[in-house]
Design a protein around this ligand. Structure first.
Ligand code: KG4
Ligand code: ZN
Length: 321
């Protein structure tokens, strides 16, 4: 049995959680800065780092208190070391180092993308092998996992990430930040066939979403107000989810795996989930809504399955290595 305290500060959520054996969530606490950044239309790194500093002690105390455990009952302190915003990552890593040193516990470095995948181990019996579709604000990848620790990236976006496309399209329609949830809601009332937006044409398992975003921009510029926002949202979402589902199912078939795993903020999307359910007999896993977007339970899970024990000299990285 192993119990880890996890910290997550890679972007605009300050989160701490305690998880047993990578699967059982004993506590998961979070302070979301979304409202703070909404007025700027996106995350402001300096503002985010400052807010993490203000809130992390409180979030940490709540997570430990809620777990009912004492520091001596933990097996390690884990934190996200990248990819993410350097200034915000440093807040989490500094806190984790201080706790590891004062409680005399191992310090575990966790990769943010692996953590998103590990969110699928929480409250489930999922085991590799599987094909994962990782779709977040910064990344879009199809990854083949034959074990818990190493994923082979089969393809990825050549430009915008899927979540980034949602955010940009929402912004150009004046729908605010973050764009994913609002487009998801609006699309439910629109016609996905109203506009024929192009799918990025790239070979293999790679993706491209910048052309789609430009097509939506041109369409919006040509239309007279009031904009048919629900129809545009539904048509845009149709184009994004169609290509994500098609390429993931192709990978699943080629690799002959029976499990598909959805991870990252865009995995919360209802149309994406429904399309997978409708189009495959593979078992499809996706985390609950709150575990799709950034949280610390996934970090504590990753500490168990694929974390790297590190030293107090550990550093952060902003981009995927
Ligand atoms: O994984 P995440 O919380 O942070 C990153 O690591 O990037 O993902 C955030 C992204 C944002 O782009 C947001 O618009 C998108 O996930 N998102 C969604 C939905 N909920 C969040 N996209 C589509 N549909 C949703 N329901
Ligand atoms: Zn994330």
């Amino acid at each position: 049995m192993a119990v880890y305290l996890g910290l997550e500060t890679s972007c605009d959520e300050t989160a701490a959680a305690v998880v047993r054996d990578g699967r059982v969530v004993l506590s998961s606490e979070l302070f979301s800065q979304t409202r703070l950044h909404a007025e700027f239309g996106g995350v402001v790194p300096e503002v985010a780092a400052r807010k993490h500093l203000e809130t992390i002690n409180d979030v940490l105390e709540r997570a430990l208190g809620e777990s009912g455990l004492k520091p001596a009952e933990l097996d390690g302190v884990a934190c996200t070391v990248g990819p993410g915003l350097v200034g915000t990552l440093l807040v989490g890593l500094s806190a984790a180092k201080a706790l590891s040193w004062s409680w005399d516990l191992p310090l575990i470095a966790v990769d943010h993308l692996m953590a998103h995948v590990c969110a699928n181990y929480l409250n489930t019996d999922l085991e590799p092998p599987f094909v994962a579709l990782l779709v977040s604000g910064g990344h879009t990848q199809i990854i083949h996992f034959e074990n818990y620790t190493d994923g082979k990236i089969l393809g990825q976006t050549l430009d915008d990430a899927a979540g980034e496309a949602y955010d940009k399209v929402a912004r150009l329609m004046g729908l605010g930040y973050p764009g994913g949830p609002v487009i998801d809601q609006l699309a439910a009332q629109g016609d996905p066939r109203a506009f024929d937006f192009p799918e990025g044409r790239v070979p293999g398992y790679d993706f491209s979403f910048s052309g789609l975003k430009t097509a939506v921009l041109r369409c919006v510029q040509k239309l007279e107000p009031p904009l048919p926002v629900a129809d545009i949202a539904a048509s845009f979402q149709e184009a994004v989810t169609r290509v994500l589902v098609r390429k993931t199912l192709l990978a699943r078939k080629e690799l002959n795996v029976t499990r598909i795993v959805l991870a990252g903020g865009v995995a919360a999307n209802r149309t994406l989930r429904a399309k997978f359910q409708d189009q495959t007999d593979a078992r499809v896993y996706y985390p609950s809504h709150d575990l799709c977007t950034d949280n610390a339970a996934m970090v504590a899970s990753a500490a168990h399955f694929c974390g790297r024990t590190t030293s107090l000299e550990a550093s952060v990285y902003s981009r995927q290595l």
